[in-house]
Design a protein around this ligand. Sequence first.
Ligand code: V47
Ligand code: SF4
Length: 369
Amino acid sequence: MEDLLLDEQLQTVAAKVRSGIRLDGDDGLRLLRAKSVLGVGYLADMVKRKKHGDRVYFVVNQHITPTNICINRCKFCAFSRSKGEDGTFLFSLDEIEAKALAMQGMGVREVHIVGGLHPDLDLDYYLEMTHRLRRALPGAVVKALTAVEIAHLADKHNLPVEEVLTQLQAAGLEYLPGGGAEVFAPRVRALACPEKISGRQWLEVHAAAHSIGIRTNATILYGHIETLKERVDHLLQLREQQDRTGGFLAFIPLAFQPKHTELARRYSLSVTTAYDDLKMLAVSRLMLDNFDHIKAYWINYGPKLSQVAVDFGVDDIHGTVMEEKISHAAGVDTNEVITKEELVRLIRAAGKLPVNRDAFYHSVEEGNA
Ligand code: V47
Ligand code: SF4
C-alpha cells in the first residue's frame, strides 16, 4: 500500500517523518513537487494523528470587520478602499458592540477582528472596542488586529509595538489573528504589497506579542506570484521563530482568491486547484513540526474540500464566522456563515471526532459537540 503512495522521492521524506527527524527546505520542495497528493497527505495524516488522534477542532466564533478603508491597498486585496472612494464602510463602536450583543447566549468563544489600516482610527478606538466586546461577550476571547494593524497603530502614535500590545492586552485582547504575513520574500512583497510592513517586521510584532503572553496565529497567502521555494522559505522562517518564542497556536494557509484583484489582472492569475490546496495544507503540517494546529479556512476552500482536508494533516476547520468580507470581495462563492451542527456533521462524516473548542483549543464539548 505504502509503495503505491510513496515514490522514491517521498520514501526519503517518509523515513525522516517516521523517525521524527526535522525536514529541511529540500524536503519541503520535494513534497510540494510530489506527483502523489495522496502520498503527501498520508505522511501529514500520520503526524496529525500522533498529535491529535481523530480529533478535529472548530470554534463558535464571530468575525467583525470594522472598516475596509486602508492606506496600504495591497495588489491582492479586493476588499480595501481608499478614504473618499465609493463603497467604503466604517462601523462605529456602538455598531460593533451591537453585533456582539446580538450573539449573546449563542456560545460564542472567539471574536475575530481584522480590518483595513484606517488613517484616522486611533488606538483609543481599538481599546474601547476590545473593552466593549469583552463586556458584551464575557465568555469569548478577543482575537483582534493583525501584526500589520498593530504596527500601523504603533507608527501612528509613535509608540513602541510593545506598548501598543500592552495597552490592548490590558483592555482585554488575548490573541492576534495570523493575517498580514502574505509571503515573507521581499521580492513578492515588492510586487504584491509594497506598502506593507516587511516579513521581518511581521515576525517582530509576533515575537513581541509572545513575550507578553499574547498567543498568535500565522498565515501564508499562496497561489499567486510566489515560487514554491518562497513558500518553503516562509514556512522555515515561521518554524525558526516558533523555536525561539513558542507563542504560535495555529498556521493557516490562505488560498489566493483572484477576482477583482489588481494582482490577478496584471499576472493573469487563476484560483488555486484542490490538489494545490491539499498539498499546501499537508506540507504545512509536515514542515511546521512545532505548530500544534493546521487550519483549513473553509471560507476559502468551501466546506467540502475542508472536510477532505482533515485526512491531509488538518486538525481545525475554523468556525461559524457569521460575516466575512475579505475573501468574499475577491470572489469566493461560499456562504458567510456555517452552523455548528453543519461543522459537526462534516467532521463526523469524515470519521473524525468533532471538538468544539475555545480560542486556545481547550475543549468546550466533544463527540456530541
Ligand atoms: O492578510 C487578502 C488575506 C488576510 C485576499 O488567524 C486574501 O484564524 C485570499 O487574518 N484572497 C486576513 N486572501 C485574514 C486573516 C485570517 C483569516 C482566517 C483565519 C485567521 C486566523 C486569520 O486575508 C490578509 C491577506 O493575506 N487576503 N486578500 C485574497 N484576495
Ligand atoms: Fe489593507 Fe489588509 Fe487589504 Fe492589504 S490585505 S489592502 S493591509 S486590508
